[in-house]
Design a protein around this ligand. Structure first.
Ligand code: IPE
Ligand code: IPE
Ligand code: MG
Length: 255
């Protein structure tokens, strides 16, 4: 058991000690990193400055998840719908991704983090693809936290892709109709071999999934907060974990 004093004096409910049980840390935490644009707007800054500030938050949360021995951290960084944004914003996001990986790769590797991508990265600019491949390659034999970067990721796209892959395997007789069950479907998803997220965190005040991990979230606990992602600190992570530990997960059964 650890105790953590929350320094955020502005929010009454958070202004108390947060207890988390180190024996009941979620194996898989997924975060919809939202609110960067509004964070910037509140400060009269361009939206891209919000995305820049978001990178700082990522750094701290990855470090904290590693320390807490979380097995998987999935970060929603760019959705299949985010291409609708102005070209300049999309380019800035892609540049920030490359910058983040270049700057953090050695440190992440030193911390035993495995970098992994979920989503169709073949549509990303070449420089991003190259840096991602380098980062995944360098860290693939690590044994610590798996950092899933959801890039050009969409839950529906992922499911359609799974159907197509499965169809190919049926045609080539690799699998039969009888083999199709929930476990098989999971094996055709980007998250193959990973546990479903125990908790999905969404800051920024929005309470929707926005096409994130649609199959995998069947029994995930949701945790929402008004904090914008660039302001998301380790105390918020602790609060989310502590709330998660106080939830009653029944999976449809009875206690
Ligand atoms: C999340 O922040 C980052 C991405 C979606 C890439 P937003 O850019 O959506 O920030 P808001 O929602 O406009 O505040
Ligand atoms: C979800 O945020 C996608 C990411 C955080 C990458 P959005 O800002 O794109 O979602 P909506 O448009 O508010 O649903
Ligand atoms: Mg948003």
């Amino acid at each position: 058991m650890v105790k953590f004093f929350n320094l955020n004096k502005n929010e009454d409910q958070d202004d108390r000690e947060v207890h988390i049980d180190l024996n009941n840390i979620p194996k898989h935490i997924a975060i919809i990193m939202d609110g960067n644009g509004r964070w910037a707007k509140e400060r009269n800054l361009p939206r891209t400055m919000g995305h820049r500030a978001a990178v700082e938050a990522i750094r701290d949360i990855v470090k904290e998840c590693s320390k807490l021995n979380v097995n998987y951290l999935t970060l929603y960084a760019f959705s299949t719908e985010n291409w609708k944004r102005p070209k300049d914003e999309v380019s800035a996001l892609m540049r920030l991704l490359v910058e983040y990986l270049k700057k953090e790769l050695n440190e992440l590797d030193k911390n035993n983090v495995i970098i992994n991508c979920i989503g169709d990265i073949s549509k990303l600019p070449l420089a991003c693809q190259e840096q991602l491949i380098i980062s995944c390659e360098k860290t693939k034999t690590n044994t610590g936290l798996t950092l899933n970067l959801a890039l050009n990721y969409g839950g529906r796209y992922e499911i359609v892709r799974a159907f197509k892959l499965m169809y190919e395997d049926i045609k080539s007789k690799k699998i039969n109709e009888e083999d199709i069950n929930e476990e098989t479907v999971s094996k055709y998803l980007y998250t193959k071999g990973m546990p479903d997220p125990d908790i999905i965190i969404r800051p920024s005040g929005e309470q929707r999934l926005s096409n994130f991990l649609l199959w995998q979230c069947a029994y995930s606990e949701f945790w929402y907060s008004d904090i914008k992602w660039p302001d998301f600190k380790k105390e918020h992570l602790y609060k989310a974990i502590s709330d998660y530990q106080n939830r009653d997960r029944r999976f449809g059964g009875l206690k």
